[in-house]
Design a binder for this molecule. Structure first.
Ligand SMILES: NC(=O)c1ccc[n+]([C@@H]2O[C@H](COP(=O)([O-])OP(=O)(O)OC[C@H]3O[C@@H](n4cnc5c(N)ncnc54)[C@H](OP(=O)(O)O)[C@@H]3O)[C@@H](O)[C@H]2O)c1
Length: 249
C-alpha cells in the first residue's frame, strides 16, 4: 500500500464513466489508492451503489461517490457532471471509459439501430461529457481528459463495425480537443488498453482463455500517470496501456 506522502493524486477529483466493472472499476480503485476523490457512473443504478459501497468498505477514508446515468444521453450527462460538482466542487480528471461492443458482424449486414446505439454511447457520449467537463476545466485552467480507445480504433479490422468506427471518431475528437484546450493547461489523450481480462473482451472473443490476458488492475499505471501532474506536458497523444503495465505484487 502506498503511504500518504507518496500518493500521486492527492487533491485530484476524477470522474470515471463505466466504472462498475472491468477497466473503469480498476482505474477507479487505482485512483482511490493514490488519494483521489472519485466519482463513478454506469447505467445500472444498483451496480453503481454496490461498487461505491465496496470502495468505501475497502478503505474507510476513501472519498467515492457515484450515480446512475447513460453517457450517450444529454440530460444524464448534465446530471452526472452536476452531481460531481455538488459532491466534490471540481473535476480535475475525466476518464471516458464507458462503451458498448455492439454486434461483431460485417458492415453489409450491420443493423442500423445497433449502429446508432453504439455510436451514441461510444462517440456522442465522449463528446457530451468532454464538452460539459471542459467548460469547468477552462475556468480552473487545468485538467486531464483520458479517452479510452481500442486497437481497432487505430487500424480498422473486419467485423468490428460501429465499435471500431466510434473509436476512430474518439481518436479524432481527442486530437481536435487537445489542440483547442492546450492554451488553458488542459490535456487530452487517448489510451488503448490492449486485450484485457473483462466481460467485454470475453464477449468479443468467447473462445479465448481469459487467464492468458492481463487483468484490468495491471494496465492502470498509464491512467494514474495521465491524471497526475507528472504528465502535465503530455497532450494529443495515442498511448498504449500495456507499454506501461506493471506486474501486480
Ligand atoms: N477489455 C478489452 O480488452 C478492451 C480492449 C480495448 C479497448 N477496451 C475499451 O476499454 C473500455 C472499458 O472496457 P471493459 O472491457 O472494461 O468493458 P466492460 O467490462 O463491458 O465494462 C463497461 C462499463 O461501462 C458501463 N457502460 C456501458 N454503457 C454505458 C453507458 N451508455 N453509460 C454509462 N456507462 C455505461 C458498464 O455498466 P452498465 O452496463 O451498467 O452501464 C460497465 O461499467 C471501453 O471503452 C472499451 O471499448 C477494452
Amino acid at each position: 500500500m502506498t503511504s500518504t506522502h507518496q500518493k500521486k493524486l492527492i487533491n485530484n477529483v476524477a470522474l470515471i464513466t463505466g466504472a462498475t466493472r472491468g477497466i473503469g472499476k480498476a482505474v477507479a480503485a487505482a485512483y482511490v489508492r493514490e488519494g483521489a476523490r472519485v466519482f463513478i457512473c454506469a447505467r445500472n443504478q444498483q451496480e453503481v451503489a454496490v461498487t461505491v459501497r465496496e470502495f468505501r468498505y475497502d478503505s474507510t477514508d476513501a472519498q467515492v461517490d457515484g450515480c446512475a446515468g447513460d453517457v450517450g444521453k444529454e440530460n444524464d450527462v448534465c446530471r452526472i457532471v452536476d452531481a460531481v460538482i455538488e459532491r466534490f466542487q471540481k473535476i480535475d480528471t475525466l476518464v471516458n471509459n464507458a462503451s458498448l461492443l455492439g454486434p461483431r458482424v460485417a458492415l453489409v449486414e450491420y443493423p442500423f439501430r445497433q449502429w446508432e446505439e453504439v455510436i451514441r454511447v461510444n462517440l456522442h457520449g465522449v463528446f457530451l461529457l468532454s464538452q460539459e467537463v471542459v467548460k469547468r476545466m477552462i475556468v480552473q485552467r487545468h485538467g486531464s481528459i483520458i479517452n479510452v480507445s481500442s486497437g481497432v480504433g487505430r487500424v480498422g479490422r473486419a467485423r468490428w463495425g460501429a465499435y471500431a468506427v466510434s473509436k476512430f471518431g474518439l481518436e479524432g475528437l481527442t486530437q481536435v480537443l487537445a489542440d483547442e484546450v492546450k492554451e488553458f493547461g488542459i490535456r487530452v489523450n487517448s489510451v488503448n488498453p490492449g486485450p484485457t481480462r473483462t466481460e467485454m473482451r470475453a464477449e468479443a472473443y468467447p473462445e479465448e482463455d481469459p487467464l492468458t490476458l492481463p487483468t484490468p488492475e495491471q494496465i492502470t499505471p498509464i491512467f494514474v500517470h495521465l491524471a497526475s501532474a507528472q504528465s502535465e506536458n503530455l497532450t494529443g497523444q495515442m498511448l498504449e496501456a500495456q507499454d506501461w503495465s506493471e506486474p501486480i505484487n
